[in-house]
Design a binder for this molecule. Structure first.
Ligand code: PLP
Length: 419
């Protein structure tokens, strides 16, 4: 009984009686506290238009029809609205139906699943790849499976790793060490203290989604190899955008063969849906054979695989899009700087304006939307630590110079009023 009480939000112990639990009060109290802290999540209906993206349409609280420009989409390269990707999705849907209707093992594997996995393996210069419903599930399944299979495995994880990595490591049941963000010295201290005979996996992201910082991948791999640890990189925010073929940061450094396991998504840079891992054949085979999150779920529709495959093909062929996107980012940051706005320094495409207060963060976001037609979702706890609340700004290939100028002026005005 005492243990259950400890997990309750403060001031809510009275809702549990000795004989019965008042579930409704418990949930109400939880939500009440979340709202009080400014961390309650409100979903805006972002009615996307393939034609007008990044403009979208929504209805406000008064029931008025409004439009705004999206500054927080992960459709960086606008592949979700690419005519050829859409055509592929619709063509294969008509041929193969809307869903796969089976797990991969029980009637849910088609030529489109196989082709996509072959493309992904080839993209990352790996022997094999495995396609999941999302990169979240891919991280969760891959890490938990590897951790369970390798006896006494130890996971060593960057402190800014994504929730899916944290959950994967938790589910593995492994001993876990967290190293300070991108801190090689701290990582080495941890590795050096561990018995050389233990299996180890060093887990990091190439681009950290909520800070935009970039990992020192070459040095991380070197250290891991020195201590005979496997390396696992989440390239979710980098695939499509970096590297000659769009295979991510590891590839841009020529390290495809040095990294052991790559995780990526087809939902952001590639604009469709689904996630994956790519690695040597036996690692993939182990996850395919023992990974619960792969085995016991219906596979994504064949048309989705085929559209994702098309998107990868288009982005591999279009070598000009990546430098063009980077130029746009540079230009955008110059526009912000010219307006006197500061943002966290990083070498990625994710621009972070730190606010450091959840209520102010929400207020800024609301005002930008209501009065300026600019949509940036505030990033609050638990996505970031308390005190690190921020605006995470993402640019797409369709944002124009005029959008950037208007954005910078509007943001400056709103920040001046609220901070
Ligand atoms: N990894 C990172 C770093 C992410 O930011 C996300 C999602 O935002 C994921 C994994 C999950 O990717 P997906 O949306 O494909 O499940």
């Amino acid at each position: 009984m005492e243990r259950a009480l400890e997990t309750l939000p403060s001031g809510s112990k009275e809702i549990i009686g000795l004989k019965s639990v008042d579930y409704n009060s418990y949930f109400t109290t939880k939500i009440f506290h979340l709202k009080e802290e400014g961390n309650y999540r409100y979903f805006l209906e972002v009615n996307k238009s393939a034609q007008h993206f990044p403009k979208f349409y929504y209805e406000n609280e008064l029931g008025e029809k409004k439009s705004a420009v999206n500054w927080c989409s992960n459709d960086y390269l606008c592949m979700s609205i690419h005519e050829e990707v859409i055509s592929k999705l619709s063509f294969v849907s008509h041929k193969s139906g809307a869903g796969s209707s089976g797990t991969r093992n029980i009637s849910g594997t088609t030529i489109h699943h196989r082709e996509l996995e072959n493309t992904l393996a080839d993209l990352h210069k790996k022997e094999s790849a495995l396609f999941f419903s999302g990169a979240y599930l891919a991280n969760l399944t891959a890490l938990s499976t590897l951790g369970k299979i390798l006896p006494d495995c130890v996971m060593i994880s960057d402190e800014q790793n994504h929730a899916s990595i944290i959950e994967g490591i938790k589910a593995s049941g492994c001993e876990k060490y967290v190293f300070r963000h991108n801190n090689l010295e701290h990582l080495e201290q941890i590795l050096a203290d561990l018995s050389p005979s233990l299996p180890k996996i060093v887990v990091f992201e190439s681009i950290y989604s909520m800070s935009g910082s970039v990992a020192p991948i070459k040095e991380l791999i070197k250290l891991a190899k020195k201590y005979n640890a496997l390396t696992y990189v989440d390239e979710v925010h980098a695939v499509g955008l970096y590297g000659d073929d769009g295979a991510g940061i590891t590839s841009s450094l020529g390290l495809d063969h040095e990294i052991d396991i790559i995780n990526g998504t087809l939902a952001k840079g590639f604009g469709v849906i689904g996630g994956y891992i790519a690695a040597q054949k036996n690692i993939v085979d182990v996850i395919r054979s023992f990974g619960s999150g792969f085995i016991f779920t219906t596979s994504l529709p064949p048309a989705v695989c085929s559209a994702a495959n098309k998107s990868i093909e288009l982005l591999r062929d279009n070598k000009r899009i990546r430098p063009a996107y980077q130029n746009k980012i540079k230009r955008f940051r110059l526009v912000l700087t010219n307006e006197g706005l500061s943002f966290a320094p990083n070498t990625s495409h994710i621009t972070i304006v730190t606010v450091g207060d959840s209520l102010k963060c929400r207020k800024i976001s609301d005002k930008l939307l209501d009065e300026y037609g600019i949509y940036i979702q505030p990033i609050n706890y638990p996505t970031v630590k308390r005190g690190e609340e921020c605006l995470r700004i993402t640019l797409s290939m369709r944002h124009e110079e005029s959008d950037m100028l208007y954005f910078a002026k509007s943001l400056k005005q709103v920040l001046n009023e609220i901070i």
